[in-house]
Write a protein that binds this ligand. Structure first.
Ligand code: HEM
Length: 402
């Protein structure tokens, strides 16, 4: 039977992952943690899972979920007064059934596969326009990795073009609550969340007066059997869709480009055979996932990996580690754009499986082949600057030249 190992080495490895030393390249640390034991215990008491099969089990387990709000009241008194925490804890990302089921059904009825597929020609146009404007030396983040996804989700939701740019910094400030919740983080995350919410409230009021052909207007009227999103739910949902809609996809594009530049033979394969784009995106999601971990709480005594876990215990699934598990992936540290039987954990699983996965995949499948085809001489033009975060893994600056 697996032991949940607690040791000085485990503490050191996990502590390194909270700092740039470990975040720069977390993969050797994940490997070492898995060698010590597939389940280890962090200093704060959380259990950490690093195997692919265990990460899948955590996302799908019917008795592992999120802390109910009355427990938050106990652990983080006054949380609902913080706009940043209100946005996080009342969103579907953090709700449990039946509230989660209800909200997910309401949003899914508007955020349909057809609505996503209909965006294909627009995304192709945006990609070409952004590439037309990219010549010589440039920073890939502001030139491409941010404007493409924010443009796509902005059009889908109905956020006017001139208003979009401000959300890059606002979302970065808000999303630090996904890394750690403390006074320093809240001091910047709260005003950012308030500003995003006030902005969206204005937009929702406009759509109520004059509906448009966009997702926000669809969410305003979404409902069945008299059930509708309340104003508060609508603003939280719109905020999550908008921020999740570009932040993670920006990171997918940038992480993918770095991985390809470090593996020129794979980059050449994608350039010569654009038809492998869908497989390539799955492999790039696996190789350096934009979301590295998710966390859950056991609602009652359960078993994971044959190990008993007591009700109330917290368990963190390191998706980024499971994506490099040699028991699931042959030669896991190798980038292989046509890896057979791929199954990255990067969009999570179970009832919280990423709602935006089809959109993120579509954007990357169009963008990456176009990028390597249109800019054949692409190289790094300086040291990329890593974002100091682990839950969301990405870059703040990525200088390139072509
Ligand atoms: C590469 C890009 C993306 C990655 C890696 C990603 C990753 C994830 C992951 C891991 C989860 C599950 C979290 C958990 O189980 O705790 C999730 C949930 C979610 N994602 Fe994404 N995401 C991406 C893009 C998007 C986009 C483009 C949108 C919206 C347009 C989006 C909207 C959501 C929403 C609404 C949820 C919550 C679903 C629920 O709780 O039922 N994501 N995402």
């Amino acid at each position: 039977m697996t032991d949940i190992v607690e040791s000085a080495e485990v503490s050191t490895l996990l502590a390194e992952l909270t700092r740039m030393t470990g975040r720069t390249d977390p993969y050797p640390r994940y490997r070492r943690l898995r060698e010590i034991s597939p389940l280890v215990r962090a200093d704060d008491g959380a259990i950490v899972a690093t195997r692919h099969a265990d990460c899948v089990a955590v996302t799908r387990h019917p008795k592992l979920g999120h802390m109910p709000s009355h427990m938050f009241d106990f652990v983080l008194p006054g949380w609902s007064e913080h706009p940043a925490l209100h946005q996080l804890f009342t969103s579907i990302l953090n709700l449990n059934p039946p509230d989660h089921t209800r909200l997910r059904r309401l949003v899914s009825s508007s955020f349909t596969a057809r609505r996503v597929q209909a965006l294909r020609p627009r995304i192709e146009r945006m990609v070409e326009d952004l590439l037309d404007a990219m010549a010589g030396e440039t920073d890939f983040i502001p030139a491409f990795a941010f404007p493409l996804p924010v443009g796509v989700i902005g059009e889908l939701l109905g956020v006017p073009e001139p208003d979009r740019a401000q959300f890059q910094q606002l979302t970065r400030d808000w999303s630090q609550v996904l890394e750690v919740i403390d006074e320093d983080v809240l001091a910047t995350a709260d005003p950012a969340a308030r500003q995003i919410r006030d902005y969206l409230a204005g937009l929702v009021a406009e759509r109520r007066r004059e509906p448009a052909d966009d997702l926000l207007s669809a969410l305003v009227v979404a409902g069945e059997d008299g059930d509708k999103l309340t104003e508060d739910e609508l603003l939280t949902m719109a905020g999550l869709l908008f921020m999740a809609g570009f932040e993670t996809t920006t990171n997918l594009l940038a992480n993918s480009l770095v991985a390809l530049l470090h593996n020129p033979a794979q980059l050449a394969r994608l350039r010569d055979r654009p038809e492998i784009a869908a497989d390539a995106v799955e492999e790039l999601l696996r190789y350096d996932s934009p979301v590295q971990l998710i966390s859950r709480v056991a609602w009652e005594d359960v078993e994971v990996a044959g190990v008993p876990i007591a009700g109330g215990e917290r368990i963190v699934a390191y998706l980024g580690a499971g994506n490099r598990d040699p028991q699931r992936f042959a030669d896991p540290d190798r980038l292989d754009l046509t890896r057979p039987d791929n199954a990255p954990l990067s969009f999570g699983g179970g009832i919280h499986f990423c709602l935006g996965a089809p959109l993120a995949r579509l954007e990357a499948e169009i963008a990456l082949p176009a990028l390597v085809r249109r800019l054949p001489g692409l190289t790094l033009a300086g040291e990329p600057v890593r974002r100091d975060s682990l839950t969301l893994r990405g870059w703040t600056s990525l200088p390139i030249k072509s």
